[in-house]
Design a protein around this ligand. Structure first.
Ligand SMILES: Nc1nc2c(ncn2[C@@H]2O[C@H](COP(=O)(O)OP(=O)(O)OP(=O)(O)O)[C@@H](O)[C@H]2O)c(=O)[nH]1
Ligand SMILES: [Mg+2]
Ligand SMILES: [Zn+2]
Length: 292
């Protein structure tokens, strides 16, 4: 990569702007040199991209410093990987990843891994919650192969991006799904330690004709990039039947009177946990950081 593809941002008229840089999944034009190396000259238009706000830089506080971090482009499925335990199941993070998928035109598929650590089948409540909304949920275990064949079938003929907390088992699942990948997997004694990141780069692999998988480093948090407060509710599929019935068409479904979303929560038509995720995200959207 050279020139504009190397620079992540530049300052123009006091504004910080992001420039396109090549990401995993991109189709590019390139020139081959005599010495066998190549140079990317153009990034072709993307069908979609999965991104988030880049994590805050330590000590940084200036306006606009939260750049877009593109994880990968041109994907079909966002495989949202969670684990029942170690690390503990976290529905807030799942809901954030769903918002990223929905706003990027990518299909979210939810995995609850490590179900060997859920002997009482407590995860069923969560599986059912997401299935009721209309999402596909796979309960898996790398220890006893539970759910692996069904999942492999689902990934066929698609480009699948695996995303989730560090230690949930993304690389372990991929190794089991496609023997021969030999991805590095975290030490059993380490995975409860905070900040342990075994996978360190985004890696795409072709695992069958027309089937691709992308392994990614674990993330600690997700703040979706470029989502405005008034648009957030559109990415909560279970809210869509209600958002047009609010008294005010500018309703943020937070405090406004006559809110049909709040009413639906009271009536049990929208799960309270999903509504809490919505409020949690609404609060953390910093709209003024975006430039049109
Ligand atoms: N009990 C149990 N342990 C699992 C399961 N899947 C993975 N593990 C363990 O969880 C730990 C972390 O697995 P990884 O595959 O490295 O997790 P990862 O999501 O790729 O982590 P990062 O690369 O850091 O993002 C390893 O010690 C695995 O052996 C499972 O289904 N059950
Ligand atoms: Mg990994
Ligand atoms: Zn409302």
């Amino acid at each position: 990569m050279r020139g504009k593809f190397l620079k992540e941002f530049s300052i123009k008229k006091d504004k910080l702007v992001t420039l396109d840089i090549a990401a995993v999944g991109d189709y590019v034009e390139f020139k081959l040199s005599n010495d066998g190396t190549g140079l990317i000259t153009n990034i072709l238009p993307r069908q979609n991209k999965i991104s988030r706000k880049a994590p805050r830089l330590k000590g940084a506080s200036i306006r606009g410093e939260r750049l877009e971090q593109i994880i990968a482009t041109n994907v079909d499925n966002l495989i949202i990987v969670s684990s029942w335990l170690n690390p503990k199941f976290n529905n807030r993070l799942i809901d954030r990843m769903i918002v990223v998928a929905e706003s990027s035109n990518v299909s979210p598929i939810i995995i609850i891994n490590k179900i060997d650590l859920d002997s009482l089948n407590e995860r069923a409540t969560w599986s059912n919650l997401y299935k009721k909304i209309g999402y596909k949920v796979f309960e898996t275990s790398v220890v006893n192969n539970h759910g692996i064949d069904d999942l492999r079938e689902e990934l066929k003929n698609k480009t699948n991006l695996f995303w989730g907390h560090s230690g949930v088992g993304k690389s372990s699942l991929l190794n089991l799904l496609y023997p021969g990948l030999n991805l590095k997997v975290g030490d059993i004694s380490d995975y409860t330690l905070k900040g342990k990141h075994t996978t360190v780069t985004v890696l795409m692999k072709k695992v069958a004709e027309n089937t691709f998988v992308i392994d990614t480093p674990g993330i600690r948090e997700i703040e979706p990039y470029g989502i405005k407060k008034e648009d957030l509710c559109h990415y909560f599929k279970d809210f869509l039947d209600f958002i047009y019935n609010c008294k005010f068409n500018t309703c943020t479904h937070h405090h406004e009177p006559g809110c049909a979303v709040v009413e639906a929560v009271h009536q049990g038509k929208i799960d309270y946990e999903r509504y809490k995720s919505y409020l949690n995200m609404l609060e953390t959207i910093e709209e003024d950081l975006f430039f049109e």
